[in-house]
Write a protein that binds this ligand. Structure first.
Ligand code: MOS
Length: 729
């Protein structure tokens, strides 16, 4: 029995707060944590499947053109080699889950260096990998593929454009103004677990064990790529070693494994190498962003301009949504926002952790620091002054808004010195020391979601959905929501995720996971409570459940009469999204030291204060924030995809050369969660939190570099060479 709940208006009832079990929000450890740290959690590549052959992808060594022939004789003669498969479905971008958006391509078209073009299958991984080096591949090369976004005429994304008032006029009339341009570099998701899939056929039925974020969507992508019915496919993705957007869509390993397994009549496993993950999985676009901000004498914004240039392959729909939070974060009645896409031949640009704000917010917040200096006021004060009452473009009210509280609480906890600031005030030996801050903002998304909850006669509950847990804590928070609603200790709630046999969840993406699937579980539990209440002949609102008993003393088990009680919850976002602007907000504070001789910047300490609705689990939520701040350090100081200007190939395709922050780079981090209820965000009053923690943080570091050393750098990451070049002598 499915119970459908469509949220069309705010739900102020906050029923979760009325419950008696008292586990919602608690800092419970991850339910799957022990399995993960002891190596018993089975990841996609780790299933033991009898007679499984091993496939290794072959990738292109040209940038644009066509594969004209593959001579496979030498490879096929090698020990253990079973097949070389170059099915055209492998070479189309349909295999990267962008089938709907990408134009129909001729077979064997190559669009970027490193694109998968074939699969070698052998008895062992080593045999397959060796054989990939013995294929003679001929190409027809199309010269002159554009590689640099600054050399082509970009396309305007018109639905992102805002012209409101007259910004140029406001700039010329304003007491204070800044006009600054920032660049950010491409980023890799760099998830720990590489992309991997095992495909197994049983007649016409296909099972794929894969590392994916959104099974509900991936199943239709795979069905499209293979021209199959969704009903004939089962996807299993119980544990995912990070995704950060790179596993939102299917990619070549899953398609290739499926095609090969069918052709060979035996299961096939395909695991991408680290280099392949870097070279063929989507990147974050580099950006160039111009910020024009102007104020009256007091620092109140009268104009706000943000224009960005991003890039993608020809025909791709995705454009890094750099302006997402700029539309509503600050006031200023004269507004000019514009997003343009340059078509170039690097690998597909797509969603990488916090698409948009991850790079848009650092540029905006670094410009705000320049503005604060220009106006001569405290940077926290400048932000507090410019928080709009409602969305300055659409006029919508905010669902809830904790920016001011985050700024105040963060400043207090960090020990921020209020007042106008001057750079180069503190030196310790070779190091200039300083502080900086920035706002955080990230739009809140929700997505439709289904989950089945079953109360069992043994006194446990089962939650089933194809939702994934990509390291975020989904297993744990669902056991808490169901436990709270049904009056059970969370260890009596079994959560079964990551299998398309279960009801369709929302998938893990865009930070919508917890609020969306949590609401589906909530709706299912609410229906179970209705049924239990009617069996007890009381109103649901009066049903007091805790530790397996109703308040009146009956045990829940007795009410079941030996039978399962199951309800499927179906949560749909509804029209409420049209009535409110919903976003998470926050503030970052950083202390940074900059070496006066080398320009090296090191973060000493960093604090983030965030408001994102109800906190479902203080430990997993805090971990998400810590991860976000860590990403901020990478964006600020080290992370950059480096492309060879001659052929566009990625020259740093591994974790030795692409520098994500490691323990030595990550100092004391502190997180404050400013708790709130957001009745318009979701039925459980929670908002997205995963990505918020990195949206703006890099600017706090950039601003601290300036405050410490006097080096105003306009290019992220702020590597020693750039800091040194910008440093006053
Ligand atoms: Mo996220 S970049 O939508 O996984």
């Amino acid at each position: 029995m499915t119970v459908h709940f469509k949220q069309d208006k705010p739900d102020e009832s906050n029923r979760l707060d009325d419950m008696r079990q008292g586990v919602i929000g608690k800092a419970l450890p991850r339910v799957e944590g022990l399995a993960k740290v002891t190596g018993t959690a089975t990841y996609a590549a780790e299933y033991s499947i009898d007679n499984c052959a091993e496939g290794v992808l072959v990738t292109s060594t040209i940038t644009r053109g066509e594969v004209t022939s593959i001579d496979r004789d030498a490879a096929l003669a090698m020990p253990g080699v079973i097949a070389v498969i170059d099915d055209p479905r492998l070479t189309t971008r349909a295999a990267q889950g962008t089938a709907d958006e990408a134009p129909q391509q001729k077979p064997k078209t190559v669009c970027y260096w490193g694109q998968p073009i074939a699969l070698v299958v052998a008895e062992t991984f080593e045999q397959a990998r060796d054989a990939t080096k013995h294929l003679a591949i001929e190409y027809r090369v199309e010269e002159g593929a554009p590689l640099d976004p600054n050399t082509v005429e970009p396309e305007e994304q018109e639905d992102e454009t805002v012209h409101q008032g007259d910004l140029a006029h406001a700039m010329s009339e304003a007491t204070h103004s800044v006009d600054v341009t920032y660049t950010t570099r491409g980023h890799a998701s760099a998830a720990m677990e590489p992309h991997a899939a095992i495909a197994q056929w049983d007649g016409d039925k296909l099972t794929v064990y894969a590392s994916l974020q959104m099974l509900n969507y991936n199943i239709s992508e795979l069905a499209d790529a293979l021209d199959m019915e969704e009903g004939d496919i089962r996807l299993v993705s119980r544990f995912v070693g990070g995704g950060f957007g790179s596993k939102l869509g299917i990619s070549e390993e899953a398609v290739a494994a499926s095609i090969a397994a069918k052709e060979l009549g035996r299961p096939v496993r395909v695991v991408m190498s680290r280099q392949q993950v870097f070279q063929c999985i989507m990147r974050r676009s580099e950006t160039t962003q111009r910020l024009r901000l102007c104020t009256d004498a007091n620092g109140t914004l009268t104009g706000f301009g943000h224009e960005a240039l991003v890039s993608n392959l020809p025909g791709e729909e995705f454009a890094e949504p750099v302006l997402q939070s700029s539309h509503f974060l600050y006031g200023g009645e004269n507004r000019e926002l514009m997003l343009k896409v340059a078509r170039i031949h690097r690998m597909t640009a797509g969603s990488v952790r916090a698409p948009g704000e991850a790079v848009g917010m650092p540029a905006l917040e670094a410009a705000m620091d320049v503005l604060a200096e220009e106006v001569g006021i405290d940077p926290v004060e400048l932000r507090l002054k410019n928080i709009p009452e409602k969305n300055p473009e659409e006029g919508l009210p905010f669902s809830s808004h904790k920016l001011a509280e985050c700024l105040r609480q963060g400043a207090e906890a960090f020990g921020w010195d209020r007042g106008p600031r001057k750079p180069r005030q503190t030196r310790e030996g070779e190091w200039w020391v300083g502080t900086g801050m920035a706002s955080a903002a990230r739009v809140h998304n929700v997505s439709e979601a289904k989950a089945r909850v079953t109360l069992k006669p043994d006194g446990t509950a089962l939650v089933e959905t194809d939702m994934t847990d990509i390291g975020t804590g989904t297993y744990t928070i669902l056991s808490q929501i169901a436990g709270e609603m049904l009056g059970l200790s969370p260890d009596r709630v079994l959560v079964d995720l990551g299998d398309t046999r279960h009801p369709r969840g929302p998938g893990s993406g865009g930070s919508w996971g917890a609020a969306s699937i949590g609401s589906a579980v909530y709706v299912a539990c609410q229906a179970i409570r209705e049924e239990l209440a009617s069996r007890l002949d009381v109103e649901e609102a009066e049903l007091d459940l805790s530790d397996g008993k109703a308040g009146s003393g009956e045990s829940i088990v007795d009410l079941l009469d030996g039978k399962d009680l199951a309800r499927e919850g179906y949560y749909e976002p509804g029209d409420i999204a049209d009535d409110y602007t919903a976003s998470g907000f926050g503030a970052f504070f950083a202390q940074v030291r900059v070496n006066r001789f080398t320009g090296e910047a090191r973060v000493d300490r960093m604090l983030g204060a965030f408001g994102f609705g109800r906190v479902l689990n203080h430990k997993t939520a805090r971990s998400q924030c810590l991860g976000g701040i860590t990403w901020s350090i990478g964006v600020a100081l080290t992370e950059a995809l480096e492309f060879d200007p001659r052929d566009g190939h990625l020259v740093n395709p591994d974790l030795a050369e692409y520098h994500v922050p490691v323990h030595r780079d990550v100092p004391d981090l502190d997180v404050i969660m400013v708790e709130e209820r957001d009745p318009a965000a979701s039925p459980i009053q929670a908002k997205g939190i995963g990505e918020l923690g990195m949206c703006g943080g890099a600017a706090a570091i950039a601003n601290a570099i300036y405050n410490a050393s006097g080096a105003r750098v306009f290019d992220f990451p702020m590597t020693p060479d750039r800091v040194l070049a910008a440093m006053p002598d």
